[in-house]
Design a binder for this molecule. Structure first.
Ligand code: ATP
Length: 343
């Protein structure tokens, strides 16, 4: 069974506490995405799982085996890192064959496995080229093929698509997702791109300042963020937060409140009307950004700025008076002091 288990892992560099007690389980064959802003400790955690760093405290298991202090090569996992280093002096074939040759496998087996990995990544025609003769996306696929050729049970990837243009990223995202599922590989994948995380993950672990704040199914993290950080990190544009007194909260939510609340509502859950409708509250259009089928509208309501995605069929101009409604199932309430979700 190829699960990855991280228990109570702590790590400091000098006086900086980078990991503050991380618990994480990647289940057998699961694609788990570690998502968080720059500097929150994602790469450090991945390097600890890989054996490139040791934790100050805590333990790492692969399957049932504790590997906390084993060197990388004794762990039997494969890695693809951000800069997807491929060896410039080796052909694509030899790059992919690298890990297999290290294992001293017979030539016939090496050819078979390189062929399989190259086919999966659709780079079978490039085997005799050198990296300098490849595009960035092709080099990326060579790096992934090299990691897959050894048929790892566990694959660690650190922002493997970060250097690619948007279109290629989109294409490779889907390709990677398909082939990792097909091959049944347990994957821990690091990114700070929340769209990539939503699209690829079986589960997402959201990390902040050395801690995992929420680990759940992508839609669950999106719909029910545990706190305002998670709600504000996922979604493009992110969740709106409105600080409302008891009176305004009661009007907006249709039930009575005795204290201030923080209301979270996603831009797509705000309905915008050109005329007054029952249960709506007034607002004013500040900015309109046409995006094709939708327009992204910045509004002012309750003295605060909000964003709403509105169908392009509704004509809106800056300065215009509008009426807003939030669908009850799209509204989340947070504690104004702690930012934690009210369950
Ligand atoms: P990014 O998305 O920018 O890659 P990250 O979430 O992967 O960020 P890490 O690379 O794990 O973050 O770094 C976390 C913190 O630890 C940062 O503040 C970084 O400067 C610090 N750090 C990482 N490695 C070392 C090191 N070897 N020595 C000192 N500080 C380090």
């Amino acid at each position: 069974m190829a699960r990855v288990l991280v228990e109570g892992v702590e790590k400091s560099f000098g006086r900086t506490r980078v990991l503050k007690g991380v618990d994480l389980e990647v289940q057998d064959r699961e694609f788990l995405v570690l998502l968080g802003p720059s500097g929150c400790g994602k790469t450090t955690l991945l390097r600890i799982v890989a054996g490139l760093e040791w934790p100050d405290r805590g333990r790492v298991f692969l399957g049932e085996r504790e590997v906390t202090h084993l060197p990388p090569r004794a762990r039997g996992l494969a890695m693809v890192f951000q800069n997807y280093a491929v060896f410039p002096h080796l052909t694509v074939f030899e790059n992919i064959a690298f890990g297999l040759r290290m294992r001293r496998l017979p030539e016939r087996v090496v050819r078979e496995k390189v062929g399989w990995a190259a086919e999966l990544l659709r780079i079978g025609e490039l085997l005799s080229r050198y990296p300098a003769q490849l595009s960035g996306g092709q080099r990326q696929r060579v790096a992934v093929a090299r990691a897959l050729a050894v048929e790892p049970e566990v694959l660690l990837m650190d922002e493997p698509l970060s250097n690619l243009d948007a279109l290629l990223r989109l294409e490779l995202r889907a390709e990677l997702k398909r082939l990792l599922k097909e091959a049944g590989i347990t994957t821990l994948y690091v990114t700070h791109d929340q769209v990539e995380a939503m699209g690829m993950a079986d589960r997402i672990a959201v990390m902040r300042e050395g801690e995992i704040v929420q680990c759940d199914l992508p839609l669950e993290v999106y719909r029910n963020p545990r706190d305002t950080f998670v709600g504000g990190f996922l979604g493009n544009p992110p969740m709106n937060f409105l600080r409302l007194g008891p009176g305004a909260a009661s009007t907006l939510l249709g039930r009575s409140f005795s204290c201030e609340v923080l209301v979270g509502v996603r831009p797509e859950d705000l309905e915008v009307y050109g005329a007054e409708v029952p249960g709506a509250f007034p607002g004013r259009v500040l900015v309109v950004e046409p995006l094709g089928p939708h327009q992204l509208v910045t509004l002012e309501a309750f003295g605060q700025a909000l964003k709403a995605t509105v169908p392009s069929s509704l004509p809106l101009r800056p300065g215009e008076e509008v009426w807003l409604k939030a669908s009850p199932e799209g509204v989340r309430l947070f504690d104004p002091q702690t930012g934690r979700a009210w369950s």
